[in-house]
Design a protein around this ligand. Structure first.
Ligand SMILES: [Cu+2]
Length: 351
């Protein structure tokens, strides 16, 4: 039986600074699972069956989809993907199933990654039960917008969206069929990452190279895709569960390992439906933020919390160099969201 919003609320207490690293981790796991007996944890006891979902939290976090590259008749680089929308039930918390609509069977859909200036072709097949689109947050012609009259695809039909990769940044794509909130909330969304082309930014070449996949400057970064989302499991237009990348408490149960000697970059996107804002709050550290990722200098420096409305996104850059190894929590600072699943940890190692 789906939990109501109130029933699903679980207390998730902060961790004691005096606890050892191992004890912290055990406590975190116990608290998430509600096994410590003191917090009435009634949300995630047990394990999500990731094999049945067809994706793991780690894959959602780290897998970029670079598509197929070729050279066009005009000599320009071309990058192509084929994406299929399907109806698919996914497990978003242990024992909690959500009847999703999903690009390539994943929520979020594949994290499309390309380079500024390339020609992009997205071949979209609608294998679902309702009309869907792919609406890109990018600069493109109206006829490629992925709305009714411009790439709306009936079940069983196909359409190819063809656009230039611009502007560079951290973007997203989502279905723009009506009713919009239902089509987005059902799971039809994903990241669109356009790396800057360093040749186009000679004055900020170093910063551009650090973001351009395939360069040595880029290789030292530990990069993650984080899509903040929520799930209305009883269809009352309120979310019962919140998550970063769909699975409630996934990165609290299995913290994200990072080496403190290497910088961390997060492509952060908010697609949460029904709530006006979401946020990203990091413990024990501050970070730089690039709103929409469309600049090579930070738009916010030295912050530990940013908020994003739905559709907003940005790049978070964190350094843990000089930090003690340990578990560093991060979560939505809408406390209710954190208690309903949007709660995570970095496990910072000594290396
Ligand atoms: Cu749709």
């Amino acid at each position: 039986m789906p939990a109501t919003r109130r029933e699903a609320i679980a207390a998730f207490a902060g961790l004691s600074g005096a606890a050892t690293f191992a004890a912290q981790r055990a406590m975190a796991a116990a608290q998430v699972a509600g096994h410590d007996g003191s917090h009435g944890g009634n949300t995630v006891v047990g394990e999500v069956d990731h094999a049945t979902n067809g994706f793991t939290p780690y894959q959602l976090l780290t897998q970029f989809d670079y598509g197929e590259t070729s050279t066009g008749a005009d000599g320009r680089p071309v990058r192509e993907w084929t994406i299929t929308a399907v109806d698919k039930e996914i497990e978003i918390a242990p024992g909690v199933f959500f009847p999703a609509w999903a690009y390539d069977g994943r929520v979020p859909g594949p994290a499309l990654r390309c380079v500024e200036g390339e020609r992009l072709r997205i071949h979209f097949n609608n294998g679902g039960s309702h009309p869907h689109t792919i609406h890109l947050h990018s600069i493109h012609p109206a006829r490629m917008d992925g709305i009714a009259g411009a790439g709306l695809v009936a079940p069983g039909e196909s359409f190819t969206y063809e656009v230039d990769a611009k502007p560079f940044g951290c973007h997203l794509y989502h279905c723009h069929s009506l009713p919009l909130k239902r089509h987005i909330h059902k799971g039809l969304y994903g990241a669109l990452i356009i790396d800057p082309d360093p040749d186009r930014h000679p004055e900020q070449r170093e910063a551009a190279q650090s973001r351009r996949h395939g360069t040595p400057d880029h290789a030292r970064w530990q990069e993650f895709i984080m899509v903040m989302n929520g799930f209305d499991t009883n269809f009352d237009d309120e979310n019962e569960f919140y998550a970063m990348n769909s699975i409630a408490f996934a990165y609290a149960q299995e913290p994200i390992r990072v080496a403190r000697s290497q910088p961390v970059r997060i492509y952060l996107i908010n697609v949460t439906e029904f709530d006006p804002v979401n946020s990203f709050h990091l413990h024990g550290n501050f970070y730089d933020y690039y709103d929409h990722g469309t600049t090579l200098t930070p738009t916010l420096r030295m912050v530990d919390t940013v908020m994003q409305c739905q559709g907003q996104r940005g790049i978070v850059e964190i350094s843990f160099s000089g930090h003690e190894p340990g578990l560093y929590m991060f979560h939505a600072h809408q406390s209710e969201f954190a208690e309903l699943g949007w709660m995570s940890f970095f496990e910072v190692s000594e290396l």
